[in-house]
Design a protein around this ligand. Structure first.
Ligand SMILES: *Cc1c(COP(=O)(O)O)cnc(C)c1O
Length: 359
């Protein structure tokens, strides 16, 4: 079997989506399935839709075009703020986009008119994480021009937390968004049908019944793909964590000292590695490296294996304590955390295999 290889269990992706859709559905919240963690893999997008998500979302135009070319006709949301040069493509390939700049919203409206294709705008509000969005303190002021422009129909407001500042969602910051939705509705008598939040880190607030009732859409990637909420370091009820398995094969097995011999400078990536003397250890080199995967996102399925480190093309594993008698050419299997999955699906060197028929 070709390796390195990502094995993808679409049934698990579908079931994870269903578990999260059920949880959110009970609170009147629609789920948007986010595919950027798998580089917009259409088979995974389809499994999310089969699991009940209302639409898909991705941050990269290339991924979105891939989804469209695979025949996906559901609504697709552009997650990353449009680039000036990509406005036309955003209007063409997506139905809805997250925005924070008036001039960009106006050019989207223009492209949408030219194409004769409606495009919905969600205005992003920054409630404190300091990534995208108009600061919540300034939003009512900024909104006026958007609402008064006859070419723009504001479909919703949204926010994102946790991605830059690491700010966790709370009743307080989610409440700010809910309050803004109420204020806009009162002041301008427009519906603002969507109040959108993301991502996976918001699920626990929903599960605890603490999400303000105005919130009616959540954008979820990690939770569906991996069944994990890494911000809270929890797993999500009713989901599985092993929909994705990475396989790489062993190209060397030898007993070697645990301490390098000689004066230590910087490694290939500019870091100064540290070592602990644990004597001679049985180690394996696999044909997988930092060009393929973020090492911090790698979880060996054999819990006795330790990832020692790596370079562009090799990862060095300590297999000394494993009960398995690994042989040259044998595969080592890993589950992945989000950075691992993102990097692996971005590497052109890792092949993909689906563990069920793809429809
Ligand atoms: C990536 C992303 C999400 C999904 O986040 P997860 O933590 O993977 O669920 C939601 N919203 C925006 C704007 C994003 O960029």
């Amino acid at each position: 079997m070709d390796a390195p290889r990502l094995d993808i269990d679409l049934t698990k992706v579908r079931n994870n989506a269903r578990a999260i859709v059920n949880l959110c559905g009970k609170k009147g919240i629609d789920v948007v399935g986010v595919t950027k963690g798998v580089s917009g893999m259409p088979e995974v997008g389809k499994a999310m839709l089969e699991g009940g998500v209302c639409s898909l979302a991705d941050a990269r135009m290339r991924n979105i075009i891939k989804l469209r070319k695979a025949g996906i006709t559901s609504d697709i949301m552009m997650l990353r703020l449009p680039r000036i040069s990509s406005v036309h493509a955003v209007a063409k390939y997506t139905d809805i986009s997250l925005n924070s700049e008036l001039s960009m919203i106006l050019s989207l409206a223009k492209s949408s008119t030219e194409l004769g294709k409606p495009h919905k705008i969600i205005l992003m509000v920054d409630v404190g994480d300091l990534r995208e969005g108009i600061m919540y303190t300034h939003v009512m002021h900024g909104l006026k021009r958007i609402i008064l422009s006859k070419n723009i129909k504001l479909h919703g407001i949204g926010t994102n937390v946790g991605c830059y500042g690491g700010v966790l969602p709370s009743e307080k910051n989610m409440g700010l968004l809910a309050e803004i939705a109420r204020n806009i509705r009162d002041k301008y008598s427009i519906p603002i049908p969507i109040v959108s939040i993301g991502g996976t880190n918001c699920l626990s607030l929903i599960a605890n019944g603490k999400m303000p009732k105005e919130i009616n859409q959540i954008r979820i990637g990690e939770g569906i793909l991996l069944g994990r909420d890494s911000a809270h370091n929890t797993i999500i009820d009713g989901t599985q964590q092993d929909a994705f398995t990475l396989a790489a094969d062993i190209v060397e097995i030898k007993s070697k000292p645990s301490m390098p011999i000689g004066k230590i400078g910087k490694d290939a990536f500019g870091n100064t590695p540290k070592f602990k003397d644990r004597g001679m250890r049985r180690k394996a080199l696999i044909a997988l490296g930092k060009q393929d995967v973020r090492l911090s996102g790698l979880l060996p399925i054999d819990k006795q294996i330790k990832v020692l480190g790596g370079s562009s093309d090799y990862i060095i594993l300590d297999i000394n304590d494993s009960g398995d008698n690994y042989a040259l050419g044998e595969e080592i299997h890993f589950n992945l955390l989000y950075p691992g999955l993102l990097s692996v699906t971005t590497s052109p060197f890792v092949s993909h295999r689906f563990l069920e028929d793809t429809k």
